[in-house]
Design a protein around this ligand. Structure first.
Ligand code: FES
Length: 501
C-alpha cells in the first residue's frame, strides 16, 4: 500500500523530463516541499527558476510525512538551551513560529485548498518516570517567553501522565499544498522537470554552474540542492555529518468519531497521532517504529506494532494505507541550511530537518532566498552548514562511525550466513557465489533477482529490508528496489545486476 498523501486527484501532471539544454537563474534539485518553496519565493521575486526531480512532485519524503506544521519538535528546547544557549533556543522557536505563519500566508495568497487547519500539538507521556522531562521542557519553553501549557488530559483515547501543549500549530495535506505551489511557480514562468536524475554539478569558468543530468544540462548562476540527502560528497562531506532514520505510518478507519490535536510521545517506541479527512472519511494516522535506515527490521516491530496499537483502542478498525519515510538527522540535531561549501559559492543546501521538515523546509526556503538576494537573515546563523561546534551527540557520532566501518570494511569479509536454498519466496538475503557476495531476492512465485549488494554511493555493503523488499544502506541510508533500481539518495546510480537462472 502506498502513502495516503499520494492518493489524490492531481488534476494535471504538467512535468515532463528535461530533454534539452537550458539556461536559468536558479536551478533547484528536488521538488519536495523545500525545493518548491524556494522556487515559489524566487519565481515571485522575478528569478527564472528551473526545478529538476528524479521522480515526480513530492513523491519522496514530502509525500510520506505525517504533515504536522509545528515549532514543537518533540522535547527539544531544554536540549537547545543547554547545548547552545537561551538566545539560540529562542531564535529557533521564533523562526519556526514564523514558518507556520509563512505557510498560512502562502495558502491564503494562492488560495490553495490543502485542508490546512490549526491544531494544538502535544508531546505526552504515559510513564511517571518521564514526567520530569516533560515538566523541564515546560519550564524551558516558558523561560523563552512562549505560552505553552502542562496538561494531564488530552483527546487521546487513553490516559496520560502529562503533556506539554503548544497552541495554534497546524496540519495539512502536503501534496495538495505542493501542487498549489507548483501551479503558482509555473504561472510565474518557472519550469519543473520530473524523472530527471542529476548526476553532478560543475563550476564554469564564468562562475556559473552546470547542472548535469542523465539527459541534458542546465546552466545556472545559483543552484539549490533540495534533494532529500545532499548527493555531492566532496566538498560538503554531509555523509560524515548525518544519518537517516526510517519510520512507519498507517492510516486507519476507526469507525468512530476521532479527537482533535496532534500528538507524539516523549520516548521510545515512538507513537505519533493525527487525524485526516480523506475521501469523505475521518481517518487516524499513527506513526512510529523508527530505526536507523539499513538496520534490520521486521513487520511486527514496524507496521505490526502500529496496527496493534490501533486495535487496542479501536478493535473494529480497518487499516487503509501503510507507508514509511526516511528522515535525515544531523549529529547535533540541527538542520544544515545555507551555503553548500565555502568552495561552492552560490550553491545552497537545506537538509537534516530531523522529522520536522514541513516547518523547517519553510525556514530553510526563507533563509536560502535571502542569501540569494544578498539580504540579511537574522536566523541564518542557527543552521550554518559550516558550523564547527563540538558535536554534543557523541553516542550517535560513535554509532555512525561504527556502522560505517562495519558496512564499508568488516562485513564485506564476513562470510554470508545463508545459502541460496535457505532463502524463502518473497524474501531476500546476501549469499556467496564463487567468493563474491550476491544479493538475492526470490519473488512470491520463486523468480530470482540478483544484484551486487554494494551501495553505489560510497561502497558500503547493503542489507536486505524484508518489510519493504528493498536493499538498504546502513551507512547513509540510500535504498534500492529488489531489481537494483535506486530509490533514495545520496546514491543516484542503480546497482549492478546478475542474471541467475
Ligand atoms: Fe553512503 Fe551507501 S549511502 S555508502
Amino acid at each position: 500500500m502506498n502513502s495516503l498523501w499520494l492518493d489524490f486527484d492531481k488534476k494535471t501532471d504538467k512535468c515532463l523530463p528535461l530533454s534539452s539544454h537550458l539556461e536559468t537563474d536558479v536551478c533547484i534539485i528536488g521538488s519536495g516541499i523545500f525545493g518548491l518553496t524556494c522556487a515559489y519565493f524566487l519565481s515571485h521575486l522575478g528569478f527564472r527558476v528551473t526545478v529538476l526531480d528524479k521522480s515526480g512532485i513530492g513523491e519522496k519524503t514530502t509525500g510520506h510525512t505525517t504533515a504536522k506544521i509545528t515549532s514543537q519538535h518533540n522535547l527539544f528546547y531544554n536540549y537547545l538551551i543547554h547545548s547552545f544557549g537561551k538566545k539560540f533556543a529562542s531564535d529557533y522557536l521564533q523562526v519556526n513560529e514564523k514558518a507556520i505563519e509563512s505557510i498560512k500566508n502562502i495558502i491564503d495568497t494562492e488560495k490553495i485548498k490543502c485542508d490546512f487547519e490549526y491544531q494544538n500539538s502535544y508531546v505526552y507521556t504515559t510513564k511517571k518516570s518521564e514526567l520530569n522531562a516533560i515538566k523541564k521542557e515546560v519550564s524551558s519553553v516558558e523561560a523563552l517567553g512562549f505560552p505553552c501549557e502542562f496538561v494531564t488530559k488530552t483527546g487521546l483515547p487513553f490516559e496520560i501522565e502529562g503533556a506539554i501543549c503548544f497552541k495554534n500549530q497546524a496540519q495539512f495535506h502536503p501534496l495538495k499544498y505542493l501542487y498549489g505551489l507548483a501551479n503558482s511557480i509555473l504561472s510565474h514562468n518557472g519550469e519543473i522537470y520530473a524523472n530527471t536524475v542529476v548526476t553532478n554539478i560543475e563550476k564554469n569558468m564564468d562562475e556559473t554552474y552546470l547542472v548535469i543530468t542523465n539527459q541534458a544540462t542546465v546552466k545556472s548562476k545559483f543552484v539549490i540542492v533540495a534533494s532529500h540527502y545532499p548527493f555531492i560528497n566532496f566538498p560538503g562531506f554531509y555523509f560524515l555529518k548525518m544519518y537517516q532514520s526510517t519510520s512507519y505510518l498507517i492510516a486507519v478507519d476507526t469507525k468512530k468519531t476521532l479527537f482533535n490535536g496532534m500528538y507524539i510521545n516523549s520516548s521510545s517506541p515512538t507513537f505519533s497521532y493525527r487525524t485526516v479527512r480523506h475521501n469523505g472519511k475521518e481517518l487516524l494516522l499513527i506513526g512510529g517504529g523508527d530505526h536507523k535506515t539499513g538496520q534490520p527490521s521486521c513487520y511486527q516491530d514496524t507496521y505490526g506494532m502500529l496496527e496493534q496499537e490501533a486495535k487496542k483502542f479501536y478493535p473494529n478498525c480497518e487499516v487503509l494505507y501503510r507507508w514509511n519515510t526516511r528522515d535525515c538527522i544531523s549529529l547535533d540535531k540541527l538542520p544544515f541550511i545555507g551555503q553548500y561549501s565555502s568552495v561552492m559559492p552560490n550553491v545552497f543546501v537545506g537538509t537534516g530537518f530531523k522529522k520536522w521538515g514541513m516547518t523547517l523546509s519553510n525556514v530553510a526556503a526563507n533563509i536560502v532566498t535571502d542569501l540569494i538576494c544578498d539580504k540579511d537573515n537574522k536566523y541564518e546563523y542557527l543552521f550554518r552548514p559550516s558550523r564547527l561546534k563540538p558535536i554534543k551527540n557523541r553516542d550517535e557520532m560513535k554509532n555512525v562511525l561504527v556502522q560505517s566501518t562495519n558496512s564499508l570494511v568488516l562485513n564485506k569479509f564476513r562470510p554470508a550466513n545463508m545459502n541460496f536454498d535457505e532463502i524463502a519466496n518473497d524474501s531476500g538475503s546476501i549469499i556467496e557465489i564463487h567468493n563474491e557476495k550476491v544479493g538475492i531476492y526470490k519473488s512470491p512465485t520463486g523468480k530470482v533477482f540478483a544484484v551486487k549488494p554494494v551501495c553505489t554511493h560510497l561502497g558500503c555493503l547493503l542489507s536486505w529490508n524484508d518489510v519493504d523488499k528493498t536493499w538498504d544502506c546502513p551507512c547513509h541510508g540510500s535504498r534500492f528496489d529488489y531489481k537494483g533500481k535506486n530509490l533514495y539518495d545520496p546514491a543516484f546510480k542503480d546497482l549492478d545486476t546478475y542474471n541467475i537462472e
